[in-house]
Design a protein around this ligand. Structure first.
Ligand SMILES: Cc1cc2nc3c(=O)[nH]c(=O)nc-3n(C[C@H](O)[C@H](O)[C@H](O)COP(=O)(O)OP(=O)(O)OC[C@H]3O[C@@H](n4cnc5c(N)ncnc54)[C@H](O)[C@@H]3O)c2cc1C
Ligand code: FES
Ligand code: FES
Length: 459
């Protein structure tokens, strides 16, 4: 398996030889290909100055070129700001709208905003404030102010755009420089995993990409999982939902939100559109951060994981997967294939909260997720899970027991038995305990009068 990286860039097929597949797309564009319209601001996926568009399967997705490795764009189609044209060969309508709305000053952030706007318009974005906010949450501007940019977005919402041309996708597995392996089947992925148990698995790269961009120490070898169909399948039955581990947030969201509507606002605060277009749920579990947003949700929803290796397949409740700080039950030759969870039964309700310093593009200080079953006005069962409260995301078992026995006040008190959080710059231990207890009070209000609390939340 040896080949050159090939992809379409601004409608032209490019081939990259003799360069590490761990080079970031941004470095390649600017330093090796002479396209400097795409900027580097933070080099860690936060500011959006490096936004480019991935044109795939009839859609346009904004991504952060600073944390995407060249190997990841093999077989894909990428558009940068240099590749924008209007139908008459002049500026693209998005560029015209930005200019006419006075939506740029120093201009450093502008190519990134333009590309986010192109993805927004190209995916049927509407002129509603929430939709525009969501599309821009991954782009920062330090000088223009956002009002003119929002004006420009309002003008281009609903723009008719041509579907993107087909990308030069690959059917066969490939390997680049003996370092970056991109299998196309689960059998090949497992063979590679067995042969290279010490190498890292790569899904969206929104965690691992930072090794190349921020730390400048890219991984030596990677097995890239997102082209393995068995890892990206979504299946649903009347009582269960299964999501392939390498499914992006963007692709999983419709299924998850349909089953658990409380995830709509929650997922909109996970990273930005750029992050959700690349980041995967399996990566969020695999990275095993105590402040990842999906583990509390999945713990509350009683999710289990399918772990697979050449030795076979095993199911493990997520409850038993996180062993200690960033330590999991995944064996060196295993891959997370999928996660699955039951739908809500009759009488069950699910809610979740993310508390962070900023509304957008911020990691949780505390995240809480709760599945509660109520029958005849009485809470019969509860699964309460929290992130940011311990070395691993965990259920609050003392609070669960207290809730069933003595109600919400007792559950809020029991939080201090469940958790001994740490002090860090996101929040002190005392703050975290207070927040988690308050979230249970909020859950009580939500269950008592869902409409009233919804009104408060939308303020
Ligand atoms: C700007 C920015 C904002 C972010 N915001 C948030 C946020 O709000 N909330 C949040 O929770 N996270 C956030 N993240 C972190 C990150 O986006 C998530 O953790 C994401 O889900 C990681 O998925 P990935 O596919 O990109 O993982 P990758 O970077 O590809 O991999 C992450 C880890 O998981 C392992 N892994 C990947 N796939 C598998 C698999 N199938 N089996 C076993 N192991 C696997 C990898 O080996 C690696 O150790 C943010 C990151 C950035 C850069
Ligand atoms: S340079 Fe800031 S997100 Fe990439
Ligand atoms: S126009 Fe200067 S940073 Fe946005």
């Amino acid at each position: 398996m040896a080949d050159n990286i090939r992809f379409t860039l601004n409608d032209t097929l490019v081939e990259v030889a003799d360069l590490s597949p761990m080079t970031t797309l941004l470095d390649w564009l600017r330093d090796h290909h002479g396209l400097r319209g795409t900027k580097e601001g933070c080099a860690e996926g936060d500011c959006g100055a490096c936004t480019v568009v991935l044109e795939r399967e009839g859609r346009r997705d904004a991504i952060n070129a600073c944390i995407v490795l060249l190997g990841q764009v093999d077989g894909q189609s990428v558009r940068t700001v240099e590749g924008l044209r209007g139908a008459d060969g002049g500026p693209h309508p998005v560029q015209t709208a930005m200019a006419e709305a006075d939506a740029t000053q120093c201009g450093f952030c502008t190519p990134g905003f333009v590309m986010s706007a192109v993805a927004f318009a190209g995916s049927g974005g509407t002129a509603e404030p929430d939709a525009i906010h969501d599309a821009l949450a991954g782009n920062l501007c330090r000088c223009t102010g956002y009002r003119p940019i929002v004006d420009a977005m309002t003008r281009i919402a609903g723009l008719t755009v041509e579907p993107p041309p087909a990308a030069p996708s690959r059917a066969q597995s490939v390997g680049f420089e003996g370092a970056f392996f991109a299998p196309r089947s689960l059998a090949e992925a497992l063979t590679l995993r067995a042969e290279h148990p010490d190498e890292l698995l790569l899904s969206g790269g929104t965690d691992l990409g930072l090794l190349a961009s921020r730390a400048r120490k890219p991984p030596e070898k990677l097995i890239h999982l997102v082209h393995v169909p068995e890892l990206t399948a979504i299946s649903t039955t009347s009582d269960r939902i299964a999501i392939g581990a390498a499914t992006t947030y963007g692709d999983a969201a419709p299924t998850l939100i349909e089953a658990f509507p409380a995830l709509r606002p929650y997922l909109s605060r996970l990273g930005s559109r750029q992050i959700r277009n690349m980041g995967t749920i399996g990566g969020n579990i695999g990275t095993a951060s105590p402040i990842g947003d999906m583990p509390p949700v999945l713990l509350a929803l009683e999710a289990s994981l399918t772990l697979v290796s050449k030795r076979g397949t095993r199911e493990i409740p997520l409850d038993e997967f996180f062993l200690d700080y960033r330590k999991t039950a995944l064996a060196p030759d295993e891959i997370i294939q999928s996660l699955s969870m039951p739908r809500l039964w009759e009488g069950e309700t699910f809610h979740c909260d993310k508390v962070s310093k900023r509304r957008d593009q911020d990691i949780s200080t505390v995240a809480g997720a709760y599945r509660v079953r109520i029958r005849h006005g009485k809470i019969e069962d509860a699964r309460l899970a929290f992130g940011g409260m311990a070395a691993t995301p965990r259920r609050a078992r003392a609070a669960e027991a207290a809730l069933l026995k003595d109600g919400f006040a007792a559950a809020a008190e029991a939080i201090a038995t469940d958790f001994k959080p740490v002090d860090d710059w996101r929040g002190s231990a005392a703050y975290r305990l207070q927040v988690a207890a308050n979230l249970l009070r909020r859950l009580e209000l939500r269950l008592a009068d869902p409409q009233r609390v919804l009104e408060v939340e939308s303020l």
